[in-house]
Design a protein around this ligand. Structure first.
Ligand code: NAP
Length: 475
């Protein structure tokens, strides 16, 4: 699969002045040479996007929808090829990579639907004295050029969550994918080109996030930065983007409450999946589980036994559940956080070590909440299980976090479910579900350090359009 990938600017590949080697995170074999965008390349991408924006704003909704529908068809035709690209560049086990492609298909499908539905509303101006004799309504106009910066962990679907609504709303896009996962982004650009998107309406530039990001943030021609990634980078972008619109989808240390009386046989396989799918490198991976003291030991025993069924190995093998973490550095970081927690009193019930790039699924119990493994985002196949006695205490434990993306609760008690819905400080409360649950049309985003703004196509379209008021004086 070794290849050279140039930059995608103005509807064609353009040579870069230098290239970086892309390696497979599982076996460290070279996959491709990836272009590094220079200052001039970024400027060229911005100019191409600005020019294309004029055409995009004029494209009727049905044509934007049809382009998105064609991309959906290409993805369906090439489902297996796309899954293999994700598996290779991100070490995502093939089963999970296929699920990601299926979700990407849904995301662009929703974007196509949304393109046909963007509308404003009438405004009753005469509700205020002096407002009578007017017919007023709003329209939603595209913002212009949008810069999209995406992380490695869902390289196709998180790109879709930005490119889909941006194109649906008539914007043009400069996409800067994570350095580890550029291949799926270039693939999507090719699909949009084949689907008839005006040249320059989607540009893909690769290279260091820091240097490309600095140029994008300073350039006045860019009207919005939509970012998904780590809280540190998110904050940096927020603080350096001036008056641009900024949406941030950041990290979390997602928590789950399991109340007494819950049927553990049904929920545990699902919880294990929420904790360890894609090596725990999911922004809503379950990291903290709070279990009622009366069922704690049974829960831990069953949870460990279910986790032991997971098969570690090559992401390209059909039965692999767990593979390499994204970098060897992240393996070492995880190891040091686990070791530190054990040294400070946590009890290791499973895993706790690594082999090559694969960190074993790890279960810790009774972890002090001041440990990094609890209060920071671990982003690794590590989960901790602690107990609670009173339900209020469990709510407080979940809220005792600088993050707030999604939280889950399993309970048979409707009053507790409603209490959780009201009191949990997160962007989404999943009742009788794991916090890792997401379908692509629902509003999705966080509070606190988990970010600002919402994705989920309809909600992203709102962020990516400007509301304009038009008022006719009729008498
Ligand atoms: P990351 O290191 O923050 O990188 C994300 C993107 O930002 C990459 O394209 C990166 O480029 C770029 N970047 C890095 N430094 C930058 C800078 N100074 N200015 C502008 N862009 C910069 O995150 P990651 O490791 O790829 O992804 C993991 C994080 O994403 C986790 O915290 C996870 O929770 C979060 N996440 C959140 C959501 C959500 O929806 N809330 C979803 C998925 C992931 P390079 O790769 O070239 O450095």
């Amino acid at each position: 699969m070794k290849m050279k990938k140039d930059l995608w600017i103005g509807g064609e590949y353009r040579s870069a002045s230098s290239y970086m080697e892309l390696k497979n995170p599982f076996n460290l074999e070279s996959l491709a040479q990836i272009g590094i965008a220079s200052h001039e390349d970024v400027q060229a991408a911005i100019a191409a996007a600005e020019q294309a924006q004029v055409k995009m704003a004029e494209l009727p909704a049905f044509e934007r929808a049809e382009i998105l529908e064609k991309v959906v068809q290409f993805l369906k035709d090439d489902r297996e090829e796309c899954a293999r690209i994700i598996a290779l560049e991100a070490a995502k086990p093939l089963k999970a990579a296929r699920t990601e492609v299926d979700r990407t298909i849904m995301t662009y499908t929703f974007a196509a639907h949304e393109a046909r539905k963007i509308h404003g509303e009438t405004v009753p101006m005469d509700a205020a004295p002096g407002g009578q004799g007017r017919l007023a309504f709003t329209v939603r106009e595209p913002l212009g050029v949008i810069a999209a910066i995406t992380p490695f962990n869902f390289p196709m679907n998180l790109v879709a969550h930005k490119v889909g609504p941006a194109i649906a709303a008539g914007n043009s896009v400069i996409l800067k994918p994570a350095s580890q996962t550029p291949l799926s982004a270039y693939k999507i650009a090719e699909y949009f080109h084949r689907a008839g998107l005006p040249a320059g309406a989607l540009n893909v530039i690769t290279g260091s996030g820091r240097s490309i990001g600095d140029i994008l943030m300073k350039d006045e021609r860019i009207k919005m930065i939509t970012f998904t990634g780590s809280p540190e980078v998110g904050r940096y972008i927020r603080e350096n983007s001036g008056l641009k619109r900024v949406t941030l989808e950041l990290g979390s240390n997602s928590a789950l409450i399991v109340d007494e009386g819950v049927g553990l046989d049904q929920v545990i396989p699902r919880i294990v999946n929420g904790a360890f799918a894609y090596q725990g490198q999911v922004c809503i991976s379950i990291q903290r589980i709070f279990v009622h003291e009366n069922i704690f030991e049974t829960f831990v025993k069953q949870f460990v036994s279910e986790t032991q069924k997971l098969k570690a190995g090559n992401p390209l093998e059909e039965d692999t559940d767990i593979s390499a973490m994204i970098t060897r550095f992240d393996v070492q970081r995880t190891q040091s956080w686990v070791d530190e927690a054990v040294k400070n009193g946590a009890e290791l019930r499973l895993g706790g070590g690594a082999e090559e790039g694969i960190f074993q699924p790890t279960v810790l119990v009774n972890v002090p909440t001041t440990e990094k493994i609890s209060c920071e985002e671990v982003f690794a196949p590590v989960v901790h299980i602690n107990t609670f006695t009173e339900f209020n205490e469990a709510i407080n434990l979940v809220n005792d976090s600088k993050y707030g993306l999604q939280a889950g609760i399993f309970t048979n008690d409707i009053h507790k479910a409603l209490q959780a819905a009201k009191k949990l400080e997160v962007g989404g409360v999943m009742i009788n579900e794991i916090p890792t649950f997401r379908v692509d049309q629902m509003p999705y985003g966080g509070v606190k350090m988990s970010g600002m703004g919402r994705e989920g196509i309809k909600y992203a379209v709102e962020e990516m359009t400007e509301l304009k008021l038009i008022s006719f004086k009729t008498v």
